[in-house]
Design a protein around this ligand. Structure first.
Ligand code: SF4
Length: 390
């Protein structure tokens, strides 16, 4: 194995890469776009595909927070790429605004509906909140469809629907705060300030969930939480067709072809939502069959694409996918950071050295392993190792 890191302790940056503040990876800069409302028009999507070919390596990722990443950008080409993305209305003019505008939107909104209105109000509030310095990974979710669909996605403050009204949820709390359409965005910012006032971000780092675990829910929390929606599948929805991407990655060529069907919406589920009712022809990057075993696995970039990876990830995940039991999930992580699936997964393989993995059952990539130092060959030869003792 070449290109793999050698330390088991991953470097913690404490901030998320953006377009203006890209992160260096093994294949060049990763330029992350936070598309407004998580949507790209046909023209924007086709232009991004062309920019990915011109300035990057022609590979795009959809991240676990529904952001779009151009990979393989060189330092020299970065300024020209940013200018082009700003011309498309996809990148802010200021890195501080870009960092604050960390809002995940449930992808099934319609123009003028409550999700659309609340997202615009929250974005506008964050734009104006120049005094609000939140930790780099701190984020919001607007998830106000009939039932929450983003509960499994990291977000520190959520706006959800509960019955006929709206609630604010501090991540980790088992109750919520009743709000209205008019008050929700302002109350979300008040809750963010409460998080800071309670010492949620000592030294500028921290998340809501550990704060709630330490000190309990915020005082205004007392309303019940709504039951979440079932997991999303590759189906035709009222908004468009959900299309799977192997490991959340797509070539620029396929991205442009997909956009010829209609505007694209980004989701946190390794899926794109295409605003069309047409049948989509198979393309190499796409998963169109809801029974495809690759939908049961997630894997980060791994080696050699990530400088912190202790081993490769995706080839092993692809080979083990057919052996993941129905209804279960396997996460293969190149180190303990677990970027591809930050939460707990039924099965996780965390690389500890080249072609060597710990197996964690029902935990995160950093949790205590059930079995240590399994080789890739061992796992491929005896994939039943994964579920022994479950
Ligand atoms: S989890 Fe994967 S992508 Fe994230 S830092 Fe570790 S090796 Fe890199």
């Amino acid at each position: 194995m070449t290109g793999a890191a050698t330390s088991m302790t991953p470097k913690v940056y404490g901030w998320c890469p953006g377009a203006l503040r890209p992160m260096m990876s093994g294949d060049g800069l990763v330029v992350r776009i936070r598309a407004p409302l998580g949507r790209l028009s046909v023209e924007q999507a086709q232009a991004v595909a062309e920019l990915s070919e011109r300035y990057g390596n022609g590979i795009l990722d959809v991240s676990a927070r529904a952001n779009l990443q151009l990979r393989g950008v060189t330092v020299d080409q970065h300024p020209a790429l940013i200018t082009a993305l700003q011309d498309l209305g996809l990148v802010d003019n200021d890195a501080a605004i870009e960092a604050r505008r960390n809002v995940l939107v449930a992808p099934f909104w319609s123009a003028g509906d409550e999700t659309h209105i609340l997202t615009q109000r929250l974005n506008s509030g964050l734009l104006q909140a120049t005094d609000l310095t939140l930790p780099g990974k701190f984020g919001f979710a607007v998830d106000t469809g009939p039932a929450p669909v983003l509960r499994d996605t990291a977000a520190d403050i959520r706006i959800e629907r509960n019955g006929n009204g709206f609630v604010l949820v501090a991540d980790g709390a088992e109750t919520s705060q009743s709000v209205t359409l008019d008050s929700a965005a302002d109350e979300a910012l008040i809750l963010a300030r409460w998080f800071l006032a309670q010492g949620g971000a000592p030294n500028g780092h921290g998340r809501m969930r550990p704060l709630i675990a330490r000190r309990g829910p915020p005082p205004a929390h007392g309303a019940p939480l709504a039951a979440p929606a079932p997991q999303q599948h590759l189906i035709q929805t009222a908004t468009g067709r959900l299309i799977g991407l192997e490991f959340g990655q797509i070539t620029a060529t396929d991205f442009a072809t997909l956009a010829s069907y209609g505007p694209l919406r980004l989701t946190p589920w390794r899926m794109l939502l295409v605003e069309t009712t047409d049948n989509i022809v198979p393309l190499p990057s796409l998963i169109l069959d809801a029974t495809d075993p690759r939908l049961q696995v997630s894997a980060c970039t791994g080696a050699p694409g990530c400088l912190q990876a202790l081993s490769s990830t995706r080839a092993l995940a692809r080979d083990l996918a057919p052996y993941v039991p129905p209804g279960s999930k396997l996460h293969v992580s190149g180190c303990t950071k677990g970027c591809a699936h930050p939460g707990a997964s039924p099965l996780t393989l965390t690389a500890t050295a080249p072609d060597t993995y710990h197996l964690i059952q029902g935990g995160t990539a950093a949790d205590q392993p059930a079995q240590k130092n399994l080789s890739a060959d061992q796992l491929r030869t005896s994939p039943d190792i994964l579920t022994k003792g479950c």
